[in-house]
Design a protein around this ligand. Structure first.
Ligand code: ADP
Length: 461
């Protein structure tokens, strides 16, 4: 810049000097003629270089930068350096991008980069083979047109990418149908940048096979144990009922054996229910559930259980828990009634079993707005023994009990909340647990707005 200014200054200085010399040596007219000719030439040269610059800018390549003259030489030199810097950083960027793509291509998991409209920007070879994509043909195509799985499309549109989903796909998509093998893919979307997404997919077929084997094993063992246990339980009952068959001194042992076979039968039934729900890959039935009717049944079951567990106090009266139901009559949901009845009953029966006989249990069903979204909530609030905070995250694990003896005493199997969790996952619902020791617990089931059905409220008769 300094050079350009000095260049312009010296040029003007030389022109003025020549004009002055012509004026002194010849006359004013000659000086003016010299001035106008020199100015026109000066202007013409600028116009010429401006034209060169605009021509170059249309196709700016480092090799074709004009040399320039005078001030323009400096301008073009600056441009040349700028262009060199730019091309160097471009080379560095493209080599970094190349390295990233190289590394991403070597990943065993499939990676797809999606733009804000869910169109494919790039994908690695494992993603091509797992999802049946072809980068050359499918670049800039919306992913939902190419991965046509219903669950995947729902997941993509849900905007909730905390948990991955599993979909069934076909390996070797280029092979004929009889040579293809079914694979199970775990897909996770990770938002990044400005509404872009990274799709990560993993072939979990072998893991799923091991998991299925484990489930089948538990289901088969439970099934095999059910018949002998029923026989043993039946004979124990018959012997106890038969007059003179059991000596009075051994009667308590028979009662204990009966109690234990009953417990084992309860565990086996729960294990069978759990493996049945777990192995059922199909979505649950999607019927509209009459919640008023369902909640009425749940409340009646809870009252019956409370009565069974109640103890007769000194005055000879049975102490009963107060079980209250309050619900929004216009609010129904879509789901499988059998499964949801089992989940709700499990939560309510826990409230009955872990609340003192004089305690209160509130069953509620209502609409709520959570994080800007309308949700339906089923909640069971009790005034029971409560749960310490560090147990809460583990309650839905199989056989996890806070207090084993209490669970046993009230006929618990340790599988109830596992069953609840699985049923809720199948309905895309969440379980929230809040508890204060010796004050009580609240178990809430949260259904997303997609499952809500609101009955039309009739304003006029
Ligand atoms: P269980 O058959 O032992 O009740 P669950 O899976 O239903 O098994 O529950 C797991 C554990 O969670 C229980 O053993 C109990 O300690 C605790 N729990 C569940 N519900 C409640 C509740 N309403 N109040 C206190 N503790 C509870």
């Amino acid at each position: 810049m300094q050079d350009i200014r000095w260049n312009a200054f010296w040029l003007l200085f030389a022109l003025t000097l020549i004009c002055l010399v012509s004026w002194v040596a010849v006359d004013l007219t000659t000086a003016l003629v010299v001035f106008s000719v020199a100015s026109s030439l000066y202007l013409a040269s600028h116009l010429y270089w401006l034209h060169q610059l605009s021509r170059w800018l249309k196709k700016p390549e480092i090799k074709t930068i004009p040399n320039g003259f005078g001030v323009w030489e400096d301008v073009f030199a600056e441009l040349y350096h700028e262009q060199r810097r730019h091309s160097r950083s471009k080379t560095q960027l493209s080599s970094a991008l190349g390295r990233f793509r190289h590394a991403a291509s070597a990943l065993p998991d499939g990676v797809v980069v999606l733009n804000s409209d869910n169109k494919i920007e790039w994908c690695n070879p494992p993603a091509e083979s797992q999802l049946g994509l072809n980068l050359n043909q499918d670049e800039a195509q919306p992913i939902q047109y190419l991965v046509r799985d219903v669950d995947f499309i729902a997941y993509l549109q849900s905007q909730d990418y905390v948990d991955p989903i599993k979909i069934r796909s076909w390996s070797n998509t280029e092979l004929s149908p009889e040579h293809k093998t079914e694979i199970i893919l775990e897909i996770q979307l990770v938002p990044f940048g400005t509404k872009q997404k990274l799709l990560i997919c993993r072939d979990v077929t072998s893991l799923e096979k091991i998991e299925a084997m484990r489930r089948d094993f538990i289901a088969n063992v439970s099934h095999e144990l059910r018949t002998p246990l029923t026989v043993v339980g039946g004979f124990l009952e018959t012997l106890t009922d038969m007059k003179g068959a059991v000596l009075p001194s051994t009667r308590p042992y028979f009662a204990m054996m009966q109690e234990q076979t009953g417990r084992m039968r309860g565990i086996i039934e729960d294990l069978l229910t759990l493996s049945q729900i777990e192995s059922n890959a199909q979505s649950p039935e999607n019927n509209q559930i009459d919640m008023g009717k369902l909640l009425g049944m749940v409340q009646n079951d809870a009252r019956a259980l409370s009565q069974t567990l109640s103890i007769t106090n000194e005055t000879g009266q049975q102490q009963q828990q107060n079980i209250t139901l309050s619900f929004d009559e216009n609010l129904n949901i879509i789901g499988a009634i059998d499964e949801l009845q089992s989940a709700f009953s499990n939560l309510v029966s826990n409230a009955v079993r872990y609340t003192p006989r004089h305690g209160n249990i509130f069953i509620n069903w209502y609409l709520e707005v959570k994080s800007g979204q309308q949700v339906a909530v089923f909640s069971v609030k009790d005034s029971g023994i409560g749960i310490e905070q560090h147990h809460i995250d583990r309650l839905t694990e199989r056989f996890y009990r806070v207090d084993r003896s209490r669970s046993r005493a009230t006929g618990g199997t340790g599988l109830g909340l596992s069953i609840v969790k699985h049923i809720l996952t199948r309905h895309q619902a969440k379980l929230e647990i809040k508890s204060i020791m010796n004050e009580g617990s609240t178990f809430s089931v949260i259904f997303s707005k997609e499952r809500i059905v609101q009955k039309q409220v009739q304003l006029f008769e």
